[in-house]
Every structure is written in structure tokens, then in C-alpha cells.
Unconditional design. Sequence first.
Length: 251
Amino acid sequence: MPRLLVFQHVAAEPLGTLDPLIRRRGHRIRFKNFERHPDAQLNVDRYRGLVVLGGPMNVEDHPRRPHLANEMRAIERMLGQGKPVLGICLGAQLLAHVLGAPVSRNPVPEIGWYPLRKTAQGEADPVLAPLPAETPVFQWHGCRFDIPRDAVHLASSPDCPQQAFRHGDNAYGFQFHLEMDQRLVERWLANPAYREELANSGLAQDEEAIRALTRRHIATMQGHAEAVFNNFLDLVGRPERRHTLPSREWA
């Protein structure tokens, strides 16, 4: 039974719809919750894949949040062992940084529902194949990653062109949140820190607009998400391919 390691940064950002899907497929999940255990030791060697979730902190916070540097070392080791890695939002930014790409503030935050358009490479990608060429997805981020060197650019949005990438054949970074369901959207809209971020963003989508768009789009996105995540989970257990990565400043 393949074992998956999950890095969770805050209770408000869980696996969402990925959790029951992983369990239905028979995978065992081991969580490392850095909100509860910021000094957790990270030995990734026993695991067949890694999912790194989102969070309100940023890559640039790693000097003040040592767990971020520990996570990046763990991501680097997983990549070196050729194991599947999926980074979501902050997780994608950490993955991009490990691969040598800059992470910076996006000119405008994306909070709510935005159109996602696949690139030509995204159309041909085996994991993203179930997504239509253009489809609305849920977003909540103020930072963005550059596409790492030697990675494949898979998707973009009008306000943030760098939305998804693949490195090698089994490491993926998604800036958007396919794992959301309606209950989790409501949980974020009820969170005081997240509500303040939305209120201060100056964006056109307020709470009620996000709720209305969620009712309109969530079921379709969940259907696409299940197919995409199933494709990623199909990668777990493939023969390992080893890659040598350069040391970074957080090492």
C-alpha cells in the first residue's frame, strides 16, 4: 500500500477533496502539520509521493519559519529520488524555488474564481488532460512563481500567467486550488485573517460574489479535479528516477 506524505501549514488549508480520493484509492496518508509541530523532523525516504499544501506564509519567510527551509530540503530529496510531488499554491511556490525559480509578489492578488487556460503543453499533459482548454478555477494567492528552467509551462490566467508547471514527468506545481469544495470555500470566507485579506485586496469579487460563483462553478471544478488528481495519483509507485539538484541558499 503506497504511503503518501502531506505537508500541511495551517488547519484552514487541508487536503479538501483530495483526502477522500486518496483514501478511496487505498493510499495511506501521513500528515506533517507545521502549525502544530513547526520543528517536525522530515524523513521522506519511506514515502512514495509528496503533496505540499497551501498556507498564508510565503517562501521569503523561510528565515523566520525554519520549517519552510526543512520542507524545501525534503522536496529536493523527493525529487532526487524520482518520487511524485504535487505542490498546491504555497506548495507550488516552494517546489518552484527548490528548482531554482524566483517567487515574488503578483502584481494583483487573485482571490475567488478566475479563468484558467491551458498552454499547448498543458493540452498534451497526461495529468492535466481532463481540464478543458479554458475553465474557471478557485484561487487565493498574492505571490507567484516563475516557471523553473527545464520545466514545462502548463496553464495561465489573465492576471497571473504562471499557473501550473511540470518538472520531469512526475513533479507538478499548481497555483490554483482544485481541491476546494463549497464547505471549504465557506470556511475560508469565515476565517478572520482570510476575510481581512479579501477586504483589503480591492478586488471586484467580494464575499457574496465568491459565494455566487462557487455555487455556479464548484460542481464542475470538482469533477475535473477528481480526474486530474487521479492522474497524479497514478504516478505514485512508478519506478524511481534520480535527479541531481543544485544546493540552494536555504540548504
